[in-house]
Design a protein around this ligand. Structure first.
Ligand code: COA
Ligand code: AMP
Length: 636
């Protein structure tokens, strides 16, 4: 019997830390390799660490071809369910492999080679998944940009990734509108300095895009007549994708994911964390533009031989709060993964959970939640209406798979609502004080992971080793800084409470308030500004802006606020949900000039706050309270 088989989470965790090489070598046996690795882990150039150097494999082969060859060709691989367009389509493993091989052939015909970058700016359609896997098949590096981002954000990513090609679509379909993508793409390319050679546009029936002659190609023409491409063997350490995520400045970070370690970790997580086997139906109700979509719509479930569901819809409004239960029942979903915000939205419209009773959920086993802290009320409510285990688990774009969870495949631990349970095997999670000392149980501190990070986690930032070191590894030498704060309780359960930087979490989407402040500051009338994340019943947090006008500026504050809202929407995107701003005379600051954002947040949330000892003028706080009251804050 293998040493990793049927152990408890605690035993597995101990073994993963005492013998990481043995632990991950055994996990890697589940992956198909053209050539096995020379070493499991190479940490000879600290603080960097590479997994499976010398190993040669292909991620797409592991996600598709392996299953066709082992007799799963006729099993559904991908179910596309789109209540916003009325479409439902199923692809078997063989069909998906063939589609992907053709798309990969078409990319190769356009000159895309191993190591070239391809940006995808796409809605939740099967072609997005096909394109990701098609890139992986020929060793090209994809970078998916979420469709809710504005042209400026796309342009920043284009300039950093320098793609040979951009794949996009004529439009996205939201609940009550289509969002034409092509004008956004054109504006982004205009703004970018690294112009791609070509763009390929998927024409959707809801909206036709006009193509730019000489640059744009129609998707169906690109694929027509293309031969099927074989999988290109790549080094385990070669990049599979770049995914940009919000950092502490307006410039997003290009998180790099490698091929080998990533696949080993994801496949391990499918069985041990999520408790799923080949043939199970797994649904991550997220978007391919986020890390959850990469790991658990595409690479994780497919590498495990599951059927994965791609859902182009919302938890409510498409058409009702029973949408999730309809999908679970129609497609026989065994495991669902989504963000707590989706459940808060369902709860608001269907507090009794009456829609659940309309559907047969007999094969449904477990609900996993992540993306933001899950408040105990939401967890308990979900548990009650579903009568199934509800598991909160914690991770980040950077890690690509969970850092802490209740590992269902290793025997479930008791759930403590509000806690993401315990560190997952592979992660040595510690809580440190400002001086780098471990804090006692129940005391809040900075959550870090002792190096080396397990396979699957970012080896670096794209073209930016120094940025990687500075952002994550320099604060506490020997540790990776998660930028989350929290504590471990007496039982070793981890409680992740808040960020330690300017990142806020809006409906499970990670956003930088610094980037929003940059957008506000670009308005000619704005002298100074601050954006804080304020607790929101549905979205968890929403951004609230405060602006001070330049001397002599006149005009209606209401009109200015509308301009500011449009500015953030245009510069960052609708996903920021920036809808509230107050014009104030001054911002509260310390005597050294630091803006007291956390005090403003507390005022808006109606929580007790001490008057900061270092504040230069406490009277400002009353003014801020008044401005917020005029906007209806605090809301309870
Ligand atoms: N393309 C274009 N616009 C998009 C978009 C996309 N792919 N995705 C979202 N938007 C727009 C929305 O239309 C909305 O625009 P509006 O301000 O004009 O209404 C805005 O961005 C905010 O979208 P969203 O955050 O989805 O809010 P919502 O109010 O439409 O829905 C929830 C709220 C809670 C139902 C929704 O956020 C949700 O389902 N969240 C699930 C969480 C999730 O997927 N998290 C990912 C990590 S696991
Ligand atoms: P992202 O990189 O978009 O996945 O966002 C990662 C961040 O979301 C983390 O650093 C946390 O701040 C937050 N987060 C994600 N999952 C959880 C969770 N289960 N509990 C608390 N915070 C979470």
């Amino acid at each position: 019997m293998s040493r990793n088989a049927k152990c408890s989470q605690a035993e597995m965790h101990r073994r993963s830390l005492s013998d990481p090489q043995g632990f991950w070598a055994e996990a890697a046996e589940g992956v198909h390799w053209y050539r096995k690795w020379d070493r499991v882990m190479d940490d000879s150039t600290p603080p960097f660490c590479r997994w499976f150097p010398g190993g040669v494999m292909n991620t797409c082969f592991n996600a598709l071809d392996v299953h066709v060859e082992s007799g799963r060709g006729g099993q559904p691989a991908l179910v596309y369910d789109s209540p916003v367009t009325g479409a439902v389509r199923t692809f078997t493993y063989r069909e998906l492999r063939d589609e992907v091989a053709r798309l990969a052939g078409a990319l190769a015909r356009l000159g895309v080679r191993k190591g070239d970058r391809v940006i995808l700016y796409m809605p939740m359609v099967p072609e997005a998944v096909v394109a990701m896997l098609g890139c992986a098949r020929i060793g090209a590096v994809h970078s998916v940009v979420f469709g809710g981002f504005a042209p400026r954000e796309l342009a920043i990513r284009i300039d950093d990734a320098r793609p040979k090609l951009i794949l996009s679509a004529s439009c996205g379909v939201e609940v009550n509108r289509t969002v034409p993508y092509k004008p956004l793409l054109d504006r982004a390319i205009e703004m970018a300095t690294a112009k791609p050679e070509r763009c390929v546009i998927l024409q959707r029936p809801q909206e036709q895009a006009s193509l730019t002659r000489g640059r744009d190609l129609d998707w169906s023409e690109m694929v027509a007549g293309a031969g099927e491409a074989d999988c290109v063997p790549v080094a385990a350490t070669d990049p599979l994708y770049i995914l940009y995520t919000s950092g502490t400045t307006g410039v997003p970070k290009g998180v790099v994911r490698d091929n080998g370690g990533h696949l080993v970790a994801l496949k391990w997580s499918m069985k041990n964390i999520y408790g799923v086997d080949a043939g199970d139906v797994y649904w991550a109700a997220s978007d391919v533009g986020w890390v959850v979509g990469h790991s658990y719509i595409v690479y994780g479930p497919l590498s495990q031989g599951c059927t994965t569901v791609l859902y182009e819809g919302k938890p409510v409004g498409t058409p009702d709060p029973g949408a999730f239960w309809r999908v679970v029942s129609q497609h026989g979903v065994n495991v669902l993964f989504t963000a707590p915000t989706a459940f808060r939205a369902i709860k608001r419209e269907d507090p009794e959970g009456s829609h659940v009773r309309r559907y047969d959920l007999s094969v449904f086993r477990t609900l996993f939640l992540a993306g933001e802290r899950c408040d105990p009320d939401t967890l308990l409510w979900a548990q009650k209406i579903l009568d199934r285990p509800v598991i909160d688990h914690w991770w980040q774009t950077e890690t690509g798979w969970p850092i802490a969870a209740n590992c269902i495949g290793l025997g479930r631990l008791p759930v403590k609502p509000g806690s993401c349970t315990k560190a997952v095997p592979g992660y040595d999670v510690r809580v440190l004080d400002e001086a780098g000392r471990e804090v006692p149980a129940a005391k809040i501190g900075n959550i870090v992971v002792k190096l080396p990070l397990p396979p699957g986690c970012l080896p670096t930032l794209w073209n930016n080793d120094e940025g990687y070191r500075q952002s994550y590894l320099s604060r506490y030498p020997g540790y990776y800084v998660t930028a989350d704060a929290g504590y471990k309780d007496e039982d070793g359960y981890l409680w992740v409470m808040s960020r330690t930087d300017d990142i806020i979490n809006v409906a499970g989407h990670r956003l930088s308030t610094g980037a929003m402040e940059e957008a506000l500051a670009s308005h000619p009338d704005v002298a100074e500004c601050a954006v804080v994340g304020v607790a929101d019943e549905i979205k968890g947090e929403i951004p609230v802006g405060f602006v001070v006008l330049k001397a002599g500026v006149s005009g209606s504050p209401e009109a200015l606020v509308q301009d500011l809202i449009k500015l953030v929407r245009d510069q960052i995107g609708p996903v920021a949900s920036f809808k509230v701003a107050a014009v104030v005379k001054r911002l509260p600051k310390t005597r050294s000039g630091k803006i007291l954002r956390s005090t403003m947040k507390k005022i808006a949330e109606g929580t007790e706050y001490p008057i900061p000892a270092t504040i230069d003028d406490p009277a400002i706080l009353a003014e801020i309270t008044e401005s917020l009251a005029a906007l209806g804050y605090p809301r309870r």
